[in-house]
Design a protein around this ligand. Structure first.
Ligand code: NAP
Length: 284
């Protein structure tokens, strides 16, 4: 089974569009920020704007100089934080090396943090009362829901432990309601193949092309490929898709799997951020 992220993402976008249709006088705005000349970042942000606009969400973009100081960056973020017409703030990562990501994130109010990366939103997720959570792991959860994939009591393995993907993925899969038993693997994991083979649900968020081979995968497992690498000018995931798709019960394609879901969940988070700011009704 191909787990079609493009289709599920389009369903989410259309649902948001029709929800926003009930509030024609309410303008929801997502602000994005890129620091420096980052072609990949520009591409991703361009896509986020196009999808936001297609869903009826307005967007504004700020390009900041590569050499901006920490203080000036924080000032720019504070301006967006104080702007009542901006409901979501996304700063495209990574930042240039001289800038401190944590200090920058601390300037984003938790209720505008559509990437779910601030300490408050991470803490909420950890404590079991999540609000805004990181878009990529949320996208995997939305795919699991859309395809009615059972998680309760199942073994899940997440490969990669970043705060952007792997760690929140582990928390979302193991929280009450999802109830999977989760193993978090990383670069120091012994015998990754053996660990992955235990997975009914396998999420690969590494960034090493085709690291997940056919002999890593339990027959019938659901495989979510998050990693993105460029090999000979082609996009390659973490999963050796041709070989693994012969064994897995379901697999996300790359591209067309987790990528579109990340963008769809950004839109979903922007709507949630607007409700947290009482710009949209809470029941919405
Ligand atoms: P990251 O911060 O570099 O984290 C990578 C993780 O992979 C680390 O935890 C690292 O372990 C682990 N790792 C590295 N080599 C490994 C190996 N040989 N065996 C097992 N684990 C290994 O990256 P990230 O931000 O989480 O992103 C991961 C990938 O997902 C990247 O390719 C990124 O481009 C992609 N991504 C895709 C989407 C999407 O929408 N599809 C969204 C975000 C990111 P250590 O902690 O031990 O170093």
């Amino acid at each position: 089974m191909i787990i079609d992220g493009k289709k599920v993402a389009a369903d989410i976008r259309n649902k948001i569009k029709s929800q926003l249709g009930h509030f024609p006088n309410t303008k929801i705005t997502l602000a994005t920020v890129i620091v420096g000349n980052n072609p990949a970042g520009q591409l991703y942000v361009g896509m986020k704007h196009r999808e936001a606009n297609a869903a009826g969400i307005h967007s504004k973009h700020i390009d900041l100089d590569e050499n901006i100081s920490q203080r000036d960056l924080e000032e720019q973020i504070s301006l967006l934080a104080d702007d009542d017409d901006v409901h979501g703030i996304l700063v495209q990562l990574p930042l240039p090396k001289h800038l401190n990501k944590e200090r920058m994130l601390s300037k984003i109010p938790s209720y505008k943090d559509v990437d779910g990366l601030t300490d408050v939103n991470m803490g909420r997720l950890l404590q079991g009362h999540k609000q805004l959570v990181p878009c990529t792991p949320l996208g995997v959860i939305r795919l699991i829901e859309a395809y009615n994939i059972e998680t309760s009591g199942r073994n899940a393995v997440v490969v990669g432990r970043s705060s952007l993907v792997g760690l929140p993925q582990m928390l979302l899969l193991s929280e009450k309601g999802a109830d999977a038993t989760v193993t978090l693997a990383h670069s120091r994991t012994n015998d990754l193949a053996e660990v992955c083979k235990n997975a009914d649900i396998l999420v690969a968020a590494v960034g090493v092309p085709a690291i997940i081979k056919a002999d890593f995968v339990k027959p019938g497992a659901m495989v979510f490929d998050v990693g993105v690498s460029r090999v000979d000018d082609k996009i390659q995931g973490d999963v050796d898709c041709d070989a693994v798709s012969k064994i897995a019960g379901g697999i996300t394609p790359m591209p067309g799997g987790t990528g579109p879901m990340t963008v769809a969940c950004l839109l979903e988070n922007t709507i949630l951020a607007a409700t947290l700011q009482d710009v949209l009704p809470r029941s919405h």
